[in-house]
Design a protein around this ligand. Structure first.
Ligand code: NAP
Length: 314
């Protein structure tokens, strides 16, 4: 089976290298410009940089790894062959965005790696062990399952109508975790630390959270002042952010409010004896536990509104 890749970006490059490494014949690669396609072809044995149509002419299975917005138009501009597999790697889109290929008797499919791939190396290193959402009909489905198995991935079906929610979960868990870490690094920078020092300290914390999540699940793994009902500590965090990295007030307030609204914050607001909420008599919100939670909720809402107003969003 000859495999082609149209879109030699992060996923296309990583997937092509990994497939080749696992013994698949990646025979053709095409891009918008020749430069990235040539760079990828030079890296993969017996692979040539070509046009998208030539890649389709040569290959039995073609992965379209362009940005989501280009998938349908790229596929629609090619004359496909009967029985050929045409597969995109988007998490948010169903295989049906490739419906035009069925005019030629080609088989549309989706093969979404549930992994964050900021560069080709990450794709090469992190894809094995990842989950792949496969959507295709036989016989393409068997081919994609065999590829997922050969890459060392787990795979499963995600119905087309469920794909946007499935993708939203991936964005929340992966992209927003990185964005939150970015905010944490900014706070360390405001303390005079380098980004490297910050990441050196914060990455094991993130790693610990992941380990706990796997062992305990998302409810029992949750720690921190809002989960404990340490509202005076939340108040101190907010004051520190306002003084050092105020651009992240919105993020902190939004996350704290999300925890309250999703019942992930302490339901009673009771803080353990000796914690800030229990001893924080000088705090605006730490005077008593129940009042603390209500006061902090009001404050978080007004901070969010103020942030939105400052950005002209209100
Ligand atoms: N990155 C991730 O974390 C990740 C994870 C899972 C799934 N995905 C999915 O994988 C797909 C690719 O994402 P990516 O992050 O790899 O994107 P990317 O790095 O931006 O790469 C996109 C590639 O598509 C090429 N391209 C753009 N328009 C084209 C066109 N009209 N014709 C031919 N080639 C075109 C670009 O070519 P040039 O290089 O020539 O400009 C580029 O190489 C998307 O569907 C995305 O949803 C991404």
């Amino acid at each position: 089976m000859k495999i082609g890749v149209i879109g030699p970006g992060r996923v296309g490059t990583g997937l092509a290298r990994l497939l080749s490494d696992r013994g698949f014949a990646v025979s053709a690669v095409a891009g918008r410009s020749a430069v990235h396609a040539q760079a990828l072809a030079a890296d993969v044995p017996d692979c040539k940089a070509t046009t998208a149509q030539s890649a389709a002419d040569i290959c039995d299975l073609v992965f379209i790894t362009t940005p989501d917005d280009a998938i349908t138009s790229v596929a629609g501009a090619i004359a496909w062959s009967r029985g050929q597999g045409v597969v995109h790697c988007s998490g948010a889109l169903p295989a049906a965005v490739l419906a035009s290929v069925t005019r030629y008797g080609a088989l549309p499919g989706a093969f979404h790696p549930l992994q964050t791939l900021p560069d080709a190396q990450a794709a090469f290193e992190n894809l094995p062990g990842s989950f792949i959402a496969i959507e295709a009909e036989a016989p393409l489905e068997e081919r994609l399952v065999a590829i997922a198995d050969a890459l060392g991935c787990r795979w499963g079906h995600v119905p087309p109508e469920a794909r946007p929610a499935y993708h939203a979960a991936a964005v929340l868990v992966s992209n927003y975790t990185v964005a939150l870490t970015h905010a944490g690094v900014d706070l360390w920078r405001a303390l005079g630390k380098t980004d490297e020092e910050a990441l050196h300290a914060l990455a094991p914390l993130l790693q610990g959270a992941v380990t706990n999540l796997r062992r305990l699940g998302p409810v029992a793994a949750l720690t921190g002042p809002a989960a404990r009902g340490d509202w005076a500590t939340v108040e101190k965090n907010l004051a520190a952010i306002a003084a050092t990295a105020p651009q992240h007030t919105f993020t902190y307030a939004a996350m704290a409010l999300a925890m309250i609204y999703n019942n992930l914050a302490s339901p009673t607001g009771d803080a353990a004896p000796g914690t800030d909420a229990a001893v924080g008599k000088d705090s605006a919100v730490g005077r008593d536990s129940a009042g603390g939670k209500e006061a902090i909720e009001r404050e978080l809402r007004s901070l969010l509104e103020a942030s939105l107003r400052n950005r002209g969003a209100l």
